[in-house]
Write a protein that binds this ligand. Structure first.
Ligand code: HMG
Ligand code: MG
Length: 320
């Protein structure tokens, strides 16, 4: 059985500028709870100055109606975030770092090494409280600032997180630029050291390859898949990244591929409709799958890609 982790309420909403009322978020999470997903990432206990949309994380957590079989998790960047998450009743926490130094600095204002130092007391305290911990590794394939990331670099970060005591890692394609072959190459390296049961995959769908990347991951024995209903999402600190791969499309593709997934896509779509007044569903315009378009230029506005990534000239994005 493939476990679906619905990240829409966190990854899906964090990039939205129009503030969505807390009671709408609560209704959204409640509706997702009815769909059969195993876990819902409800919100993030990060700095409200950096992510204003999620400053009501405690209110949302305290007002949702919980189903026994659903895990309600939260993104936590440091000890302060952990205390907020514990007070709000999160069932699981997720810390997050990256394989790219530049992205890490822009996202959480510290180096990879600095993030490890921050996580150590968080993981220790979560362990004492009996809270499972996930560790995200962003930019596991490509970085908007540093270009291609080597599988060895990802393995180094992954092993440090596992040694710290993480229950699970989420291997993340932050800018949605990975190809199935790149997924295979990374899995070959990671699975030589880390069991497949401890690895989740998290694909953004910028180039429309999210489903293929998930199917390739599943062929390696991966059984935990992140997705965001309606393809909502993106990271405000990763220029050019679009939403996560859409949960309903993931469920349909997995079932078609013969996998067992106990999620009702109609109920998922009912949950997505709760957000329609604030985030109207819009068709995505995707570049051709083999496009060399980088994640920094304005390709998605219909202009020609600057091609800087293709020429191997990593650029530094806008100052945040
Ligand atoms: P910092 O500025 O280095 O930390 O932020 P600081 O400790 O100096 O704190 C600065 C201010 O933030 C202080 O407030 C703190 O109290 C406050 P001030 O004194 O200025 O009023 N603060 C907090 N407030 C509430 N909750 C907290 C907290 N921590 C500090 N937990 C920090 C470091 C990490 C907090 C900050 O940079 C931050 O919040 N960044 C946001 C990162 C983020 O949420 N990014 C998006 C999610 S990651 C993602 O999308 C990728 C993922 O989906 C996987 C993928 O796709 O790749 C997971
Ligand atoms: Mg993400």
């Amino acid at each position: 059985m493939i476990k679906i982790v619905e990240v829409g309420p966190r990854d899906g909403l964090q990039n939205e500028t129009e503030i969505i009322p807390s009671d709408t978020k609560v209704a959204f999470v409640n509706a997702l709870s009815e769909s059969g997903v195993s876990e819902i990432e409800v919100s993030a206990f990060v700095s409200p100055k950096r992510i204003p949309q999620l400053k009501d994380a405690s209110i949302v957590f305290k007002n949702i109606q919980r189903k026994k079989r659903v895990i309600y998790s939260a993104l936590v960047p440091n000890s302060k975030g952990l205390e907020r998450a514990v007070n709000a009743g999160a069932n699981k926490i997720s810390v997050f770092t990256a394989a790219s130094e530049t992205f890490n600095q822009k996202n959480i204002n510290t180096s990879v090494e600095g993030s490890m130092e921050r996580f150590r007391p968080v993981v220790r305290r979560a362990g004492n409280l009996g809270l499972p911990v996930r560790g995200y590794i962003s930019t596991a394939f490509w970085c908007a600032f540093e270009g291609k990331i080597s599988p060895r670099a990802v393995l180094g970060v992954a092993q440090r997180l596992m040694d710290m005591g993480m229950d699970e890692l989420s291997i993340s394609d932050t800018i949605g630029k990975a190809s199935p072959d790149e997924v295979g190459m990374l899995m070959d390296v990671l699975l030589s050291k880390i069991p497949a049961e401890r690895i989740a995959v998290h694909f953004h769908d910028t180039y429309g390859r999210g489903i293929d990347n998930i199917l390739r991951s599943v062929s390696y024995g991966i059984q935990i898949v992140d997705a965001s209903v309606g393809g909502l999402g993106g990271c405000p600190f990763a220029p050019g990244a679009t939403g996560n791969v859409a949960t309903e499309a993931v469920v349909a593709a997995l079932i078609k591929a013969g996998e067992k997934v106990a999620v009702d896509t109609e109920r998922l779509m009912r949950a997505r409709e709760m957000l329609d007044p604030y985030i109207p569903a819009k068709p995505d315009v995707l570049p051709p799958p083999d496009s060399p378009a980088c994640s920094l230029c304005e390709f998605f506005d219909g202009k020609k890609c600057c091609g800087s990534m293709a020429e191997g000239k990593p650029q530094i994005g806008p100052t945040l």
